[in-house]
Design a protein around this ligand. Structure first.
Ligand SMILES: [Zn+2]
Length: 427
C-alpha cells in the first residue's frame, strides 16, 4: 500500500479530513515511525479505537522462521537486552525501548513503542502476542506496540545467546542496543554542538578493552567518564560512524567507576585488505601489503588556511583563491593480493618515508624547480616494498581510505620467507 492508500483508509475509517491525516502521517513516517505504529497513533489521536486491520491473533512462530513477509506474529522468547532511547516525533519527546529477543531458533531485534505495556527485563521469558514485523536493512524486526500483548512465561528456553548484552568492543556491531561494556577511556574531549535545544556540551573520544578500541560519544556527559578512567557503562547503543561502530552513551546509561583498571590491547586486529574493506570500515586495524603506486596529491602539497583542504592551482573548493600553506602528505596504494586500499600518511609519517622535513622538501623542489620531485622520491623509496600499516579505515563514495597511525616496512625479508616455505615443503 502506498502512503496515499493509508491516508485514504484512515480518513474514511476515522471520518477526518484527508489533508489533516496526510500531514500527520507524513510527519510520523518522516521520523521513521513504522507505518503500523503511525496509523495506530493517529487512530488514538482521532479516537477511532484500534482496529489494526488484521483481525484475530496471529499464529505462533519460531524466531528463526519470522520473515519480512510476515505482518504480525506471536513469539515466545527470552529478553536478551533492553535499552531506552529518547526520540522526537510529532513534536513530542518519546522514550522507546530497543534490544534483542532469542528463542531456540535464533535472535531478533525489537523496538517497543509508546503504548506497549509489558516488562522487558533481560533474562525474562515472555510471550509476545501480535507483534508487528518490519523490515530493517533486509532483516525482519519486531515492533511491540499498543496492540501487542506481553505475558510472562514460566518456561526455560535453551537459547544459544548471552543475556544482558555484556560485550567486548571487538564484538560490537552498528545497530546493537542495550549493550554493556567495561572499558578504559583512552581519549576524551568536550565538544559544543548545536542540539535540539540549542548549544549543548557532549563528550567524545576513544574507549579500549582487551579486544580493541572504538570511538564513543556521551550525549549527556557523565562525570565518571574522563581520560584514563576504567568504567562499566550499561545501556549504550551502537551507531555507525564512518563505517565503523561507535558507542553511544545517553541519559539512560549508567556509568560506574571500576576499582581494577581495565587492560587495553596494544595491538589492532590484523585483517586481509578485502575482509577489511568488505566490513565497511574499521576504527583500528592492521593491514600488510605491497605499496604498488603513489597517487597524485602526494609529496609537497598546499592546504587551505581556513579549512585544511588540499588546494589545487591556488583554489580551495570551498574558499576560492587562497594563500595555500605548505604541507607533506602521502597517498599510497597498498595491495595484499585480495584488494587495495589508499593509505594516507600525515606529515610526520611522510617525513619518515621521504627522509626529510618540510624545509628539506621546499629546498628540494626549489632546486629542481618542480614540486613533483618530492613525491617522486617517496615513490622511489616505498613502491615495491611490503609494509605493515595500522590506522582507521573508512569506506565510502571516496573509496577505501586508511588514515595511518603506523607505517612500518615489513621486516621479514623475502629470502627468510622463501626458506620458511621450503622448510614447510620438507616437513
Ligand atoms: Zn578552504
Amino acid at each position: 500500500m502506498s502512503l496515499e492508500d493509508h491516508v485514504e483508509e484512515l480518513a474514511s475509517d476515522l471520518d477526518v479530513d484527508k489533508e489533516e491525516v496526510r500531514r500527520d502521517l507524513e510527519n510520523l513516517v518522516e521520523y521513521s515511525v513504522p507505518m503500523d505504529e503511525a496509523k495506530q497513533s493517529l487512530r488514538r489521536k482521532y479516537g477511532g479505537g484500534d482496529s489494526g486491520g488484521s483481525g484475530g491473533t496471529p499464529s505462533s512462530k519460531a524466531i528463526g522462521e519470522v520473515t519480512t513477509d510476515d505482518s504480525n506474529v506471536t513469539v515466545t522468547a527470552v529478553v536478551l537486552t533492553s535499552g531506552r532511547r529518547s526520540i522526537q516525533y510529532n513534536g513530542e519527546q518519546h522514550v522507546i525501548r530497543e534490544g534483542q529477543l532469542a528463542d531456540e531458533s535464533g535472535t531478533i531485534s525489537y523496538t517497543a513503542w509508546d503504548g506497549f505495556e509489558g516488562d522487558l527485563e533481560p533474562g525474562e521469558t515472555v510471550q509476545f502476542g501480535n507483534a508487528g514485523v518490519r523490515e530493517w536493512d533486509g532483516h525482519p524486526e519486531l515492533n511491540l506496540g499498543q496492540s501487542t500483548q506481553a505475558e510472562p512465561v514460566e518456561a526455560t528456553l535453551d537459547i544459544d545467546a548471552e543475556v544482558g548484552g555484556e560485550s567486548a568492543l571487538a564484538d560490537i556491531e552498528p545497530g546493537d542496543r542495550g549493550i554493556t561494556v567495561e572499558v578504559r577511556v583512552l581519549e576524551c574531549e568536550e565538544k559544543v554542538i548545536d542540539g535540539r535545544d540549542g548549544e549543548t556540551t557532549i563528550l567524545s573520544g576513544v574507549l579500549g578493552d582487551e579486544s580493541g578500541r572504538l570511538p564513543f560519544t556521551d550525549w549527556e556527559p557523565h562525570d565518571a567518564i574522563e581520560e584514563g578512567a576504567s568504567v562499566r557503562i550499561e545501556e549504550t547503543f551502537v551507531r555507525e560512524f564512518r563505517g565503523a561502530p561507535s558507542v553511544n552513551v545517553s541519559e539512560f546509561s549508567t556509568v560506574t567507576p571500576l576499582s581494577e583498571p581495565v587492560s587495553v590491547t596494544e595491538d589492532a586486529p590484523r585483517m586481509r585488505v578485502r575482509e577489511a574493506v568488505e566490513s565497511g570500515g574499521q576504527f583500528d586495524v592492521e593491514l600488510v601489503g605491497n605499496v604498488i603506486e603513489i597517487r597524485d596529491g602526494s609529496g609537497l602539497i598546499e592546504r587551505c588556511p581556513d579549512c585544511g583542504r588540499v588546494v589545487q592551482n591556488g583554489q580551495c573548493r570551498t574558499h576560492g583563491a587562497v594563500d595555500g600553506e605548505d604541507d607533506l602528505r602521502t597517498k599510497a596504494i597498498l595491495d595484499d593480493g585480495t584488494a587495495t586500499v589508499t593509505v594516507i600518511l600525515d606529515d610526520e609519517l611522510t617525513e619518515r618515508v621521504y627522509g626529510g622535513d618540510l624545509d628539506d622538501a621546499r629546498e628540494h623542489a626549489r632546486d629542481a624547480m618542480d614540486k613533483e620531485v618530492v613525491a617522486d622520491r617517496i615513490a622511489e623509496r616505498v613502491v615495491g616494498h611490503e609494509y605493515v600499516v595500522r590506522g582507521s579505515l573508512s569506506v565510502d563514495e571516496y573509496g577505501a581510505n586508511l588514515n595511518a597511525t603506523e607505517f612500518e616496512e615489513a621486516d621479514d625479508d623475502p629470502a627468510a620467507r622463501a626458506s620458511d616455505f621450503l622448510q614447510g615443503v620438507d616437513a
